[in-house]
Design a protein around this ligand. Structure first.
Ligand code: FAD
Ligand code: NAI
Length: 469
């Protein structure tokens, strides 16, 4: 095989693409990966999951130093913010992480090309490099893992100065006084948390009736209460943003409220967080005859497109735009290509929001069970009744468990509270193994832990026998 000839070529090095490339290499395929940016890791590692979590952690420490240390009996002097340092540390975390991916590519003998990949035909890809040169490679199979980009609203131009996306928000070195956040979804609440904790006044404008509207509705309601308590924060629900204007250093957002009346909001900076669009620009899909379905690349149950041997995964196809979903699909595709029989249970893929308290959910929401008329039982346990949560001063939120009314099979777990992101794994495992709520209730949970609240909620769902409430 010549040096520019591969068994598999992956276009895009995000958590979908790089994981797929590693699994392909592990399975003995000669693998190439193409990334248009100099740094590997895609949205997640460069401008998504990792940098946002770094800033969420830093801002959480700042907020705790201001609002919690004194009660813990820790006296500190003046606490001042060094935002450039916070951003610098975030940058270092990103570099360490993306360098790690470079190492993994070398370790697995994956050939990395930097440049914009474009299909010439289904087996030929041209790579346009930053220096203007083009290199062409051939590949028996190709995996499209080109991810997504922030979207905007009709008529609103993202100028990246006053009207920004999460990408620019992660680079702000001057704290805005008043940030208007359009969209109370995942990016909206995470970024609102970062800047709200640092002292920015936050106004969220959300079209739906609650925050994080895709999750169990009880979570968004509770999160809204906690955000109100912990920062200078207001949310306007049932508010549809229709326009934005920048003038004299201010941004004015126009919107329609629930009654259809025109309303406006003024701030120093506007963060656009109304979702992301799959990214297929300049990919040459027209040369393969692949037509998009509402912007996404259509795939079958094997994640294969209408062109045999061309696969797609992650944000660019249907489903949740989540890093771990993309990675699961990466392993799945590689194993399919190798003739194995992998499986993904999309219902058991958890969703997590890294506010504090954290929010996490897996399985069916209560709202879905109502719509589907599934008979169910609920067990709910508040963290204020948990000794561990009192010890750490993290008493907001609850664990809610939903199980089938007749069989007691676990149907969903929804948590807002300390370390919900880690605790949700108990629900994931329960769903994968088709556990009953009683199974979770009878497992021994270490004391004192936040996870005891899962046991208590499970006891509530299984037989209304919560101990500590
Ligand atoms: P991406 O990560 O978008 O990677 C695609 C890659 O393909 C990019 O590097 C791009 O440059 C490259 N590319 C595109 N076109 C071409 C081409 N033609 N040639 C060469 N290269 C190309 N998800 C979570 O699960 N947890 C989180 O905490 C989380 N936090 C987030 C925070 C923010 C602020 C954002 C924006 C997103 C967050 N996400 C999170 C979502 C997560 O980042 C995405 O779901 C995930 O990155 C999708 O992975 P992917 O591999 O499909 O695509
Ligand atoms: P989102 O889909 O979560 O939220 C967008 C919000 O904007 C929705 O609630 C929607 O109702 C609202 N909206 C849309 N049009 C509007 C209008 N005209 N006026 C007012 N509100 C309007 O999208 P978001 O937050 O941009 O995130 C994009 C993707 O990134 C998500 O799919 C998410 O999965 C992923 N992500 C995941 C994270 C995590 O897993 N922790 C963190 C950040 C992003």
């Amino acid at each position: 095989m010549s040096s520019n000839q591969f068994d598999v070529t992956v276009i895009g090095s995000g958590p979908g693409g790089y994981v797929a490339a590693i699994r392909c290499a592990q399975l003995g395929m000669k693998t190439a990966i193409i990334e248009r940016y100099a740094s590997l890791g895609g949205t997640c590692l460069n401008v998504g999951c990792i940098p946002s979590k770094a800033l969420l952690d830093s801002s959480e420490h700042f907020h705790a130093a201001h609002h919690k240390f004194a009660e813990h009996g820790i006296k500190v002097g003046d606490i001042t913010l060094d935002l450039p340092q916070m951003i610098k540390r975030k940058g270092e975390v990103v570099t360490q992480t993306t360098e790690g991916i470079k190492f993994l590519m070398r370790k697995n003998k994956i050939t990395t090309f930097h440049g914009h990949g474009s299909f010439v035909d289904k087996n030929t890809i041209s790579i346009k490099k930053d220096d203007g040169t083009t290199e062409t490679i051939t590949s028996e199979k190709v995996l499209i893992a080109t991810g997504s980009k922030p979207s905007s609203l009709p008529g609103i131009e993202i100028d990246k100065k006053k009207i920004i996306t999460s990408t620019e928000a992660l680079e702000l070195t001057k704290l805005p006084k008043h940030m208007i956040v359009i969209g109370g979804g995942v990016i909206g609440v995470e970024m609102a948390s970062v800047f709200g904790r640092l002292g920015t006044k936050i106004t969220v404008l959300e079209y739906a009736g609650s925050l994080i509207a895709g999750m169990d509705s009880s979570l968004g309601r509770e999160l809204n209460k906690v955000l109100k308590k912990t920062m200078d924060y207001t949310a306007h629900f049932n508010t549809k943003v229709t326009g934005a204007k920048v003038s004299r250093g201010k941004v004015t957002i126009s919107a329609e409220n629930k009654k259809g009346e025109a309303v406006s909001f003024q701030g120093d900076l506007c963060l656009m967080a109304v979702g992301r669009r799959p990214y297929t620009d300049g990919l040459g899909l027209e040369n393969l005859g692949i037509e998009l379905d509402r912007g996404r690349i259509p795939v079958n149950e094997n994640l294969e497109t209408s062109v045999p041997g061309v696969y797609a995964l992650g944000d660019v196809i249907r489903g949740a735009m989540l890093a771990h979903k993309a990675s699961e699909e990466g392993v799945f595709v590689a194993e399919k290509m190798a003739g194995q029989h992998p499986h993904i249970n999309y219902r058991a893929i958890p969703g997590v929001v890294y506010t504090w308290p954290e929010v996490a959910g897996v399985g069916f929401t209560e709202d879905e069970l109502k719509v589907d008329k599934v008979p169910y039982k609920t067990g709910q346990f508040p963290f204020k009744a948990s000794g561990r949560a009192r010890a750490s001063m993290d008493t907001d939120g609850f664990v809610k468990i939903l199980s089938h009314k007749e069989t007691d099979e676990l149907l969903g777990m929804h948590i807002i509270g300390p370390r919900a992101a880690d605790m949700i794994m108990e629900g994931v495992i329960g769903l994968e193994f088709r556990a009953s709520a009683e199974d979770l209730a009878i497992f021994s949970h270490p004391h004192p832990t936040f996870s005891e609240s899962v046991k208590e909620a499970a006891m509530g769902a299984t037989a209304n026998r919560i101990i500590h409430l």
